[in-house]
Design a protein around this ligand. Structure first.
Ligand code: AMP
Ligand code: MG
Length: 484
């Protein structure tokens, strides 16, 4: 099968010692059936599945037959889940290998839902079709919004039932990531208090993700800084499009800066900074507006792992790491303001921009207005007409905004160009995602395919998208779930 598909594995993580992982194959399944294959992604990975029969693909994407060159492992990691430290690891996933493209780019190929491992604790190691399709849709949406993300190559049904609150169809998702190394990976190794292992992990991560740091005087400190910068950029992007990750535990925070672990995530419709969708997030720890603070909190946990290799003198190390973490707020604020300027088409900075931005957000919040569509309205008043935009407070604000964007002889066309790159016209609306998943569970993949097609070009005008743009707000709060 190898030559036909063009797999090119080099499994560097599985060459690390057994402290970092368990060698384990996926547990085979009864009746595999491919549901969806991401042909565009396959092409960009230089993989060719066109010469493979559907049966072989089904067998491949459930882990029933492993490709030549793969060497599957479950990775060890820990994590602060809702603030509580736990030893975790891949309890329902295996990394089958690292595929390398001709441009020397390395990608983890991981099966999620592939059966029990030594890290499964009380879990069954399995995943359900609905949530795996949900991850597929959401991760592809985030990727096409130009936000770093893990990708989804395939979903296949296992032909086995899994027991949750009700009986569900089992499925395996093939996830592609620039790596699955998390803040939690460092936490797992640091908790064992063997500085040699921590140094091995540090070198591995720097070689794989940030080779430029190899020249730096203090590599651990520099890694903290680089990961912080990546995470700030990531959360700014989430805030820009109204994405709520929903379960930003430290094990769900990737060292590479990709969005990872699409469980209870969802996009905000009505603008409310306190929006939470996750059924278990009772106190709103991971609410929309708390995301930057939680990223900072997670980075502080990351910094703690690195203390022993930042400096021999612990006090000195803490003060060096704190200096970096303490710079978070200022960097975030500056970048957030710039991001909001882009959403509003403001080309040059002015101190007064912040109050203009906050006035709009306040109005959206008070009037319960759709976040995405408000920016769409500013870009094109004719589309997505809604009487809320006749509101006098909004019209007054809009006058000020128009004056601001056109100040210093600016051309509205240039402002629009900036706005177009920052404001998606379509996002995966909650009702559309649910509709697609429900149909797929009844063997109808058409709504999923249509939704994915539209989500491929979120910044471009496409035909017949209004059904994908208008939110359906019901009295019942939209809820999402973890670990299903
Ligand atoms: P998550 O909420 O997906 O980030 O998962 C947190 C931890 O629980 C990870 O260690 C997962 O591997 C583990 N886990 C989640 N669901 C299962 C399951 N069904 N069986 C075994 N482990 C699981
Ligand atoms: Mg996770």
């Amino acid at each position: 099968m190898k030559n036909k598909i063009n797999w090119n594995f080099d499994n560097s993580y599985s060459r690390l010692s057994n402290v970092f992982k368990e060698n384990i194959d996926p547990v085979s399944v009864k009746n595999p059936e491919l549901v969806i294959l991401n042909e565009n992604l396959a092409e960009s990975l230089e993989l060719n599945f066109t010469k493979i029969s559907k049966n072989e693909l089904s067998s491949l994407f459930t882990g029933n037959s492993l490709p030549n060159g793969s060497n599957s492992i479950a990775q060890a990691y820990a994590g602060h889940q809702f603030g509580h430290f736990t030893m975790l690891g891949d309890g329902r996933a295996v990394l089958i290998g690292e595929h390398i493209t001709s441009k020397n780019k390395r990608y983890d190929i991981q099966f999620k839902g592939s059966g029990k491992t030594s890290f499964s604790r009380n879990g069954d190691g399995r995943a359900a079709l609905g949530p795996m399709l949900r991850e597929y849709i959401m991760s592809e949406a985030i990727h096409h919004l130009n936000i770093p993300s893990t990708r989804s190559l395939a979903v296949a049904k296992t032909g086995e039932n899994i027991i949750r609150e009700k009986i569900l169809m089992g499925a395996v998702l093939t996830r592609v990531a620039s790596s699955h190394i998390r803040v939690g990976t460092f936490q797992y190794i640091a908790a064992r208090e063997k500085i040699e292992d921590l140094s091995i992990l540090l070198s591995y991560v720097i070689d794989r993700h940030y080779p430029q740091i190899n020249n730096s005087k203090n590599k651990a400190l520099q890694l903290l800084k680089v990961v912080m910068d990546k995470q700030i950029d990531l959360v700014i992007d989430w805030m820009r499009v109204g994405f709520i990750h929903g379960v930003m535990n430290t094990d769900n925070m990737s060292i590479s800066g990709e969005t990872i672990d699409y469980g209870p995530c969802a996009f905000m419709d009505t603008y409310d900074p306190k929006t939470v969708f996750s059924s278990i997030d009772k106190i709103g720890r991971y609410a929309y507006c708390n995301q930057p603070a939680i990223i900072k909190w997670n980075l502080s946990r990351f910094a703690e792992c690195l203390i022993s290799i930042i400096h021999k003198d612990q006090n000195q190390a803490v003060s060096m790491a704190s200096e970096i973490i303490n710079s978070f707020n200022k960097i975030y604020e500056e970048k957030w303001l710039n991001m909001m300027r882009h959403k509003l088409g403001i080309i040059e900075k002015d101190k007064k921009d912040k109050s203009l931005i906050l006035d709009l957000l306040r109005w959206m919040h008070i009037k319960k207005v759709d976040y995405t569509n408000t920016f769409c309205h500013l870009m094109d008043e004719e589309k997505l007409k809604n009487e809320i935009y006749e509101d006098s407070d909004f019209l007054n604000w809009k006058k000020k905004w128009k004056k601001r964007v056109l100040s210093n002889g600016k051309n509205f066309k240039d402002c629009l160009k900036l706005m177009n790159s920052a404001n998606p016209l379509v996002i995966p609306r909650n009702h559309k995602v649910e509709e697609a998943i429900e149909a797929a569970e009844q063997d109808n993949l058409e709504p999923t395919i249509q939704l994915l097609e539209i989500l491929k070009k979120p910044y471009s005008s496409q035909k017949n998208t209004s059904a994908y743009q208008i939110p359906i707000i019901s009295d019942k709060k939209y809820q999402t779930f973890c670990g299903t």
